[in-house]
Design a protein around this ligand. Structure first.
Ligand SMILES: Cc1ncc(COP(=O)(O)O)c(C=O)c1O
Length: 419
């Protein structure tokens, strides 16, 4: 190997500008640590696929195997027609009327996010997100080098007063303002749900200021208490709705969808051609079979029951073990709780100590475009571990936090640190 080859391999001067600005996902980085048997992971966002009935999975896989001339072949870019129909039926259940020809089946909602970025964002364009938001969305959008603005949430979701202030700064019909991305149900990482009043207000603001609303709804069917809220897409046809089977069925199949107006669908479809020509036909047919030939609604109820127990275990353990200086959200569904610690605690550096104690979480700053934000926060997941493990993990975490607090209290007493 020559020296020039070595230089070329690392190629710092060859890679695109966008690559140098990308941050790795904290969750992906933690993946190896979470495989250690002594570690209880509160960091992932994984569904518990062991709850799926084997007979249903086999039946769906068999249906895909039996149609190999379709499932092992290339397909249309927008996806298998019967799969798109299934997604329309699923959306109808939650109040959305949509035609299958206006759906693109994607490789998970993650590909949908990338396609949204690819279709709408030029360098410097503005997009608005909740702060904190789903770190995979930040990764997807960041590749297109936008100016990402964040809006804080409270227990009723994204704060419309702060959004209006930001929109005032941006100005009405600003051509650089492209879209607002929101996860209105059981937000990732916040766990909070946007109230019906705020949903209505958001739609009004989108018309007043001229931006597209992108609604990402992976957790909407996983509600453990409270009543169903109408999706944004049910309030306004121009909303772009993203769905996925990852949390309702199988994350490993990589099937999601985009539902939008025909003009938007045709543009996104053009972008998808360059990405992958078409998604996996096998995965799509298997997904369609699962949702038409198996009692999936019963299985969903099972997921809801089990995850609810785990959620309660987490909230009870937080009440029992966490110090009074900490606060956290109270999700009515989904997978996550968002914890806020005193400002002098840095959850990114604390992670090493947590790992030593055998527990992982996602440091809060990974969920903001500006990593100096959310440093005293963390996302903890309750969907994957047993209630006993969740309790133990929260206990271990409280030991690590208590250690930090003791030190900080001593500094505060000595006047070296502000409360
Ligand atoms: C809010 C949100 N959007 C999108 C995704 C990606 O989902 P998929 O597995 O469908 O790619 C996730 C996964 O955790 C998520 O939490």
């Amino acid at each position: 190997m020559t020296d020039s080859h070595i230089t070329f391999e690392s190629a710092p001067d060859k890679v695109a500008h966008r690559v140098t600005k990308m941050r790795p996902s904290a969750v992906r980085n933690l993946f190896a640590a979470t495989q250690r048997p002594d570690v209880i992971s509160l960091s992932g966002g994984m569904p518990d696929v062991s709850l799926l009935p084997k007979s249903a999975v086999r039946k769906a896989a068999k249906a895909a195997l039996e149609r190999q001339s379709v499932t092992l072949q290339y397909g249309g870019t927008n996806g298998v027609a019967e799969t798109a129909q299934v997604f329309c039926d699923i959306m109808r259940d939650i109040g959305i009327r949509h035609k299958p020809e206006n759906i693109i089946v994607t490789t998970g909602a993650q590909e949908a996010l990338d396609l949204i970025g690819k279709t709408f964002l030029d360098e410097g364009d503005i997009c608005i997100v909740e702060g904190p938001t789903y770190l995979g969305a930040l990764q997807a959008f960041s590749a297109y080098e936008p100016d990402i603005r964040t809006i804080a949430f409270d227990e009723d979701g994204m704060r419309m007063d702060l959004l209006e202030e930001e929109l005032e700064r941006i100005g009405k019909n600003n051509p650089r303002l492209k879209f607002l991305y929101t996860i209105p149900n059981f937000q990732n990482p916040g766990g909070v749900t946007m109230s019906p009043e705020r949903r209505k207000r958001l739609i009004e603001l989108s018309h007043e200021y001229g931006f597209i609303v992108v609604e990402d709804d992976p957790y909407g069917r996983l509600r453990y208490e409270g009543g169903h809220c109408l999706p944004l897409r049910a309030l306004d046809d121009s909303v772009i709705y993203l769905g996925t089977i990852s949390k309702m069925f199988a994350a490993g199949l990589r099937v999601g969808w985009i539902a939008a107006m025909p003009g938007v669908i045709s543009k996104i479809s053009l972008m998808k051609q360059g990405t992958d020509l078409c998604g996996s036909q096998f995965d799509q047919v298997m997904a369609a079979a699962y949702f038409t030939e198996t009692p999936w609604q019963n299985t969903l109820q099972k997921f809801v029951k089990v995850y609810d127990k785990r959620r309660r275990a987490m909230l009870d353990a937080l009440d029992e073990f966490f110090p009074p200086e900490a606060s956290w959200t109270h999700p009515q569904g989904g997978f996550f709780v968002w914890v806020t610690l005193p400002p002098y605690i840095d959850t990114e550096s604390m992670l090493a100590e947590a790992l030593e104690q055998g527990v992982t979480y996602v440091p809060g700053n990974g969920c903001f475009p500006d990593p100096s934000q959310g440093r005293n926060c963390m996302r903890i997941n309750f969907s994957y571990e047993s209630p006993e493990n969740i309790r133990e993990a929260v206990r271990r975490l409280s030991v690590v936090i208590e250690d930090k607090l003791e030190l900080s209290r001593a500094f505060i007493a000595a006047g070296a640190l502000k409360e």
